[in-house]
Ligand binder design. Structure first.
Ligand code: SF4
Length: 320
């Protein structure tokens, strides 16, 4: 897979499963969460029925994206086991799991490494001012808690995806500071494979009353991020949140090289349907960009994986 080719943009053929939408945080821009106890969790047999038909489609990554149960809740262990079991199921069915389930303990991360080819957590923004606004009721969004995750992922040699949420009340200087912090951790552990630059895009469920992040500003932010981040970290943008075709191409020209997991539904931004592969190609090809599939783990990290994980990864590298 020629991912170093300079006119290549990648994406991951993915499907998202959600163990639970319940979350003890209440970020005011959230369009995902439900109140704890209001929705049944996904069980293993339901997940199996969802995944079965995907085995004959070109789906490689299963993104396990979950709302959070409080670390001290009596339900935490059951929640964690459900996530672990869903990863194990996805693996047993030939898929490559990538989990993003909020901050985890060191031991939880260590266990999930066994059944994930990579993991992720958005840093969002480091500025503590957001704790008085959009994150007032979101204890998981303490910047030091999230930085700790980056550090533990590095110590555990987990290929990691992180990113910034843009336009939630931070300043431009806050962006550069957050990007610099990511760079610093990467220089220590060399474990960050991608940084997502996600523009805030208002949805129907949120209470945060603010305009969308101006997509026309995005290429400039990408160009500066490209200067700050080490060259071996790929910049990812979600194409469904850029909207305008020309500006999507402008984002690529500015240095973004990945469009993330493309699945039938964007669970985090359900009001913004994903552009499917065919349409993305139609936008990118005339501008001279080739769209190719990638795995949820970048090749330079394969040797960090256990033999049990390397076997399906090798298979997918020969297949996609
Ligand atoms: S954004 Fe994430 S952490 Fe915040 S309330 Fe929604 S699901 Fe929970």
């Amino acid at each position: 897979m020629p991912i170093n080719n300079s006119r290549v943009v990648t994406y991951s053929p993915a499907y998202t499963i959600v163990p639970t939408y319940e979350c003890f945080n209440r970020c005011s821009y959230c369009n995902f969460r439900t109140e704890p106890g209001k929705n049944p969790w996904m069980n293993i047999s339901d997940a199996e029925s969802i995944l079965k038909p995907l085995q004959t489609e070109k789906v490689c990554e299963i993104l396990i994206l979950s709302g959070e149960v409080h670390p001290h809740s009596p339900k935490r262990q059951e929640w964690f086991s459900r996530i672990y079991d869903l990863c194990e199921l996805a693996l047993s069915m030939g898929f490559l799991p990538h989990t993003n389930a909020g901050p985890l303990s060191f031991a939880e991360m260590q266990k999930l490494k066994r059944v994930n080819v990579s993991m992720g957590l958005m840093l969002e923004q480091l500025t503590p001012t957001l704790l008085n606004t959009v994150h007032r009721h979101a204890p998981s969004k303490l910047p030091e808690v999230r930085l700790q995750q980056l550090e533990w992922a590095g110590e555990l040699q987990i290929p990691f995806t992180t990113g910034l949420l843009l336009g939630i009340g931070e300043t431009a200087d806050d962006w550069w500071e957050t990007l610099a912090a990511i760079s610093e951790f990467h220089q220590r552990y060399h474990h960050i494979q991608e940084v997502i630059l996600q523009p805030h895009s208002p949805g129907n469920q949120q209470s945060f009353n603010a305009p969308p992040f101006n997509p026309h500003e995005l290429p400039e932010v990408i160009a500066k991020a490209r200067e700050i981040l080490p060259a071996d970290i790929t910049i990812q943008i979600p194409p469904n949140l850029v909207k305008d075709d020309q500006w999507l191409v402008a984002c690529i020209e500015a240095g973004a090289r990945d469009l993330g997991g493309i699945s039938p539904k964007d669970e985090v931004n359900p009001d913004y349907p994903h552009l499917q592969e065919q349409l993305l190609r139609q936008i990118l090809q005339p501008a001279g960009w080739e769209l190719i599939e990638r795995l949820p783990v970048y090749p330079q990290f394969d040797y960090w994986l256990s033999e049990e994980l390397q076997t399906p990864v090798r298979w997918w590298r020969n297949t996609l």
